[in-house]
Ligand binder design. Structure first.
Ligand SMILES: [Zn+2]
Ligand SMILES: [Zn+2]
Length: 178
């Protein structure tokens, strides 16, 4: 129970994960490790939507053995959905152990724009903080700069900062942070 464990769901670029590892470790003051295991998301694919069911992936992620993991964050390039929404950037077990984030709609290319690596890294970090925040018992925050403010589009992510506001920090179930 001593580390945040990053687990790949499908193929992913290693440098992107290393950037995330470094910054998550700084925020949470806990080791962040890349799991040697990975998950194939194909079982959660919805052929008509051409997307992957986030809740099914999250349930499968929770079954992966990770005895050393304090929290498990699944990361995927797949486009995620839940049935009531067009898409989700991620999903988490509120107050639980597992969360997932998707890169798919964080890339500028998705919107027909040129790739922007620093922007992608920043968005991924903010969404990882957001979903991990849910696992630490946090609900959505009305401070638009806080990582726990909800994001319905990348523009909302871009105005957030890669940190938790003082109120969220004080409520977080994380002894090392704040
Ligand atoms: Zn949320
Ligand atoms: Zn907040």
């Amino acid at each position: 129970m001593s580390a945040i464990c990053l687990l790949r769901i499908g193929e992913l670029e290693l440098p992107l994960l290393n950037h995330l590892r470094t910054h998550l470790a700084q925020v949470f003051q806990i080791p962040v490790v890349l799991s040697s295991q990975s998950l194939d998301p194909v079982f959660s694919f919805h052929p008509e939507r051409h997307q992957y069911h986030a809740t099914e992936l999250l349930a499968r992620l929770a079954q992966v053995e990770n005895p050393e993991a304090w929290r498990v964050l699944g990361i995927t390039a797949a486009d995620l959905y839940i049935p009531i929404l067009t898409f989700v950037f991620g999903e988490a077990q509120l107050g639980g152990r597992c969360a997932i984030v998707s890169l798919h709609r964080l890339r500028q290319e998705f919107y027909g724009l040129p790739p922007d690596r620093p922007l992608l890294e920043a968005r991924l970090l903010k969404e990882a903080l957001h979903e991990l925040g849910h696992t630490l018992g946090l609900v959505h925050c009305d401070d638009y700069r806080c990582a726990m403010s909800p994001s319905h589009s990348v523009e909302w992510i871009d105005v957030k900062e890669a940190r938790f506001c003082p109120r969220c920090l004080s409520r977080m179930l994380a002894p090392n942070v704040g």
